[in-house]
Ligand binder design. Structure first.
Ligand code: DPP
Ligand code: ZN
Length: 877
């Protein structure tokens, strides 16, 4: 298993003008005939051989300029076709045979139900035909798809359909032409018995674009929301970035078996059905919002990814970080900005911070890998987006737009690097990004330690900020970063004080109520003048940088921020800090053998939330205690059982003490009228269901009955699902059983709803959870070959049912290892992701560490895919 290094990058030896592909589709014996025009790249040495990637291909024939090659004229290895002797310009024809029906890896061309579909990013095209499968080789593709007319009436590929016709033996064909040069990873093909929902969008220059969502017939009623989201995204990209769509047609296809969320193939997006299909009775509000975000994400890639793509896969965050930033801003505009920020940061701090602290820590631009599929990570995507957000905040909206315009104009049609992106931002703004570039090369989560000192006589307030990035497994040394720290100072009445700095670099004007401090050194001092009372600092407003921050806030200070901070994010975060302190105190009591008691200050603070006139969306967020995974992050050695027990006790105490407020809020937020997936209604449903779930901890008959009623009568999945979860996660075993049976009966034919049925049971915190998960693997709706099913049952169990997964008998570790080993033979990408919780042994106690490591060793002893090998090697002690 070779390691590939960024420093070894060389331009391609050959470039391509045109590619003609002909697919003759059949489940086990698909033929792919390619005709490719190659030219030697002047940037490389003359005389280099032609080296093409190819995996699991059966070569039928190969010819150059019409001359068939004999076996002595080329070499075939497991991963390449090498032709030593080629002219400077030539036409290569190959004919290969592939077996889509046996392709369980879901990369390349494969079958999902009765259709054919493709997934080529990052390196799946080499499973289709011999090709220089690297993103810096771009070409215009013409694709002919031939298939049986009855079984596959719909034949799709990238670009525009230019020709179609009938052939012998009930076969037909369609020719698709994509006028835009693209790398092979953006190639797509779909064939099946599909139905379509059509609409149109008129671009800002007045061109009409046909919009089509293709699905299997039973899903035709589930496309409206994705279509509305697509149109909103197209409009938003015109308004916010000045970017217009380029082809005459934009297609989305929903498939059931898909490794990722979705794929931005040029003109023909292929989506995991879970990220496109929604109807009020089948999809939760969360799913509606996720669909809106993913549809937008893939659409935005048409500029940030397709027209301007990556030179090599080390640059993956160039397109993903930027595009996630774009989709986050879009979702913020469509919904509630503060709530969106809270959700994104909560996820980053829970999961990306853990990745940064774990054995697979890597920079946003990695410098080596064995298998690129392992690098579609939270670090590349979410931390990458945080970097772009910092850039956007450093430039301000106008200069950031100038920078993005420059980037798109300069590099349209090119495969570029992070330096090109930063170069455009620097040229547009005059800002020096040389130190900032370390964000791309340095892994780990920086930690800020801040102290404040008030000098009443001098009317000065001094903030001293230290930064330090802990060493990560991949990098022994860390340097100071350029960190933008947005701050405000609150006076005793809770108002923002005007800020005038006499020491330290900051952006924004003197006298503003918000300033962004530029931290560049390991330690720096910032002095504020004319401060006439001791302030409470509001630090890292809007989460202005992806760092951990320690100020040593007192409880009184946090309560002050929670009540008054003008920054919605920091108001929420003050509440989270308060809750963490209270829960940590309970854990200490628990471990000392005492009965843990929730600090009444937290109860009082929560009580105050109900009276503070907060909008339902923010109130819902503020009422949520930090999750078990985020709480685990707060400890050096994770007390899994104590966290679970104490959080439950805290929830119960809050339910008892705030009973009246919770009841009142449930009553006040009952919606009548037709379901709408609008932010306003979503917030009310969420608030109501959160309050009801607190009340359910008391298991009072009337409250249980209310959940049962909601479960039985809901006209939308959000309410039905919330009630199902409340019942299944309660101690009401009979009601739980009845609800699960009724739900299964109602939804057994809907794969996506059955995913939710699996999830609810996998996350059930009862002691029999492992046995139940094992039993559910035998359920007819479960299949190890379907990634959504694996994620719903096994990932949810291992990641969201922490108290059972980490059971001290080690049985769940063994279970996960068994599943991963079995899955690795079918779908390495999913196997290598699934193993993550087993790799995070570093913060567990000695006994659990030993159990987890033993399972890793057992896996390491087997014959593994590259994907799993790379992760397991890193995770071994
Ligand atoms: N399909 C994945 C995404 O859009 C990879 N490009 O992020
Ligand atoms: Zn993406």
């Amino acid at each position: 298993n070779d390691i590939i290094y960024l420093k070894d990058y060389l331009p391609p030896a050959f470039l391509i003008q045109t590619v003609n592909l002909e697919f003759d589709l059949s489940p086990h014996e698909t033929r792919v005939r390619s005709t490719i025009t190659f030219t030697r790249n002047q940037e490389r040495n003359a005389g280099l051989p032609l080296e093409l990637h190819g995996n699991e291909l059966k070569l039928i024939s190969v010819e150059i300029d019409g001359q068939p090659l004999s076996e002595s004229q080329y070499q075939i290895t497991a991963e390449q076709l090498i032709i030593p002797d080629v002219p400077d310009q030539f036409v290569l024809k190959t004919d290969v045979q592939i077996d889509p029906a046996n392709n369980t890896s879901l990369e390349g061309l494969y079958r999902s139900n009765t259709m054919f579909c493709t997934q080529c990013e990052a390196e799946g095209f080499r499973k289709i035909t011999y090709y220089p499968d690297r993103p810096d080789v771009m070409a215009a593709f013409t694709t002919t798809v031939i298939a049986d007319k009855t079984e596959y009436p719909v034949l799709l590929s990238n670009g525009n359909p230019v020709k179609k016709g009938e052939l012998d033996n009930n076969r037909h064909f369609v020719v698709w032409q994509d006028p835009f040069d693209k790398p092979a990873y953006l190639f797509a093909l779909v064939a099946g018995d599909l139905q379509v929902v059509k609409d149109t969008f008129t671009t800002m220059s007045g061109r009409e674009v046909a919009l089509e969502i293709w699905v299997e017939p039973e899903n035709i009623t589930k496309c409206d929301h994705a279509m509305a989201s697509l149109k909103a995204a197209m409009k938003w990209d015109e308004e916010v970035y000045g970017r217009e769509y380029d082809l005459d047609i934009y297609m989305i296809v929903a498939v059931n078996d898909f490794n990722m969320g979705a794929m931005e193939n040029k003109g023909l997006n292929i989506f995991n059905s879970s990220c496109v299909l929604a109807r009020p009775d089948t999809a939760t509000d969360g799913a509606f919002q996720r669909i809106e975000g993913v549809v937008a994400h893939e659409y935005f890639h048409n500029w940030s990814g397709n027209r301007v793509t990556c030179r090599d896969w080390f640059q993956l965050s160039l397109k993903e970080g930027f595009t996630v930033y774009r989709d986050q801003c879009f979702s913020a505009d469509m919904n509630d900005e503060a709530v969106k920020r809270i959700e994104d940061v909560a996820m980053l701090r829970t999961a990306q911070f853990a990745e940064d602290a774990g054995p697979t820590a890597h920079p946003v631009r990695p410098d080596h890998f064995i298998e690129i599929s392992n690098f579609y990570t939270l670090t590349i995507y979410e931390k990458g987006s945080e970097i772009v957000r910092m850039i956007a905040n450093l430039l301000g909206p106008d200069l950031f737009r100038k920078g993005s315009d420059l980037y798109f104009e300069r590099h349209d049609g090119q495969a570029v690097t992070v330096e090109d992106f930063i170069g455009a931002m620097a040229d547009a703004s005059g800002i020096d990004f040389s130190q900032f570039m370390r964000w791309y090369s340095q892994s780990g989560t920086p930690e800020l330690t801040v102290s404040g000192h008030y000098d009443a006589a001098a009317q000065q307030y001094t903030l001293t900020i230290k930064q330090q990035t802990p060493v990560t497994k991949d990098q022994p040394e860390k340097l100071p970063l350029h960190i933008p720290v947005k701050v405000g100072l609150l006076n005793g009445a809770g108002a923002d004080m005007p800020l005038t700095l006499s020491a330290g670099e900051a952006s924004g004007a003197q006298g503003d109520h918000d300033r962004v401090l530029h931290l560049r050194e390991a330690e720096q001092v910032f002095v504020f003048e004319n401060i006439d009372e001791e302030p409470v600092p509001s630090l890292l407003r809007g989460f202005s940088a992806p760092v951990k921050l320690d100020f040593g806030y007192t409880q009184a200070q946090l309560l002050h921020l929670m009540r008054h901070d003008s920054d919605g994010f920091n108001r929420w975060d003050a509440g989270q800090r308060l809750a963490i302190t209270a829960l940590k105190a309970m854990v200490t009591q628990f471990e000392a053998g005492q009965i843990p008691k929730l600090d009444s200050a937290l109860t009082e603070a929560y009580k105050g939330l109900f009276e503070s006139g907060l909008n339902p969306a923010i109130l819902a967020e503020m009422l949520m205690l930090p999750g078990e995974a985020y709480l685990a992050e707060q400890f050096d050695i994770v007390p899994v059982d104590a966290i679970h027990a104490c959080r439950n006790i805290a929830r119960k105490t809050l339910a008892e003490t705030l009973n009246a407020e919770l009841e009142q809020t449930v009553a006040a937020n009952q919606l009548t009228g037709e379901y709408r997936p609008l932010a306003e209604d979503i917030a009310k449903r969420r608030l109501k269901n959160i309050c009801q779930s607190y009340l359910m901890t008391l298991e009072a008959d009337a409250v249980v009955e209310r959940s049962w009623q909601q479960f039985s009568t809901a006209d939308n999945m959000t309410d039905q699902h919330a009630a199902l979860t409340a019942l299944v996660h309660s101690k009401q075993d009979e009601k739980a059983k009845a609800a699960l049976e009724s739900f299964e009966q109602q939804w057994k034919d809907d794969a996506l709803v059955m995913d939710q049925w699996f999830q609810v049971q996998a996350s059930r915190p009862h002691p029999d959870a492992l046995a139940r998960v094992k039993a559910l693997m035998e359920h007819p709706a479960f299949s190890l070959k379907n990634p959504n099913k694996v994620r719903s049952l096994i990932s949810v169990y291992c990641n969201q049912n922490r108290v059972n997964f980490h059971s001290i008998d080690g049985l769940s570790y063994q279970f996960l290892a068994d599943v991963v080993l079995e899955l690795d033979g079918m779908n390495p990408q999913i196997a290598s992701r699934l193993i993550t919780p087993l790799t995070r042994w570093q913060k567990m106690d000695a006994k659990r560490q030993q159990l987890m490591q033993a399972e890793l060793q057992r896996i390491a002893a087997a014959d593994l895919s590259k994907d799993l090998f790379e992760v397991v090697q890193k995770a071994l002690p």
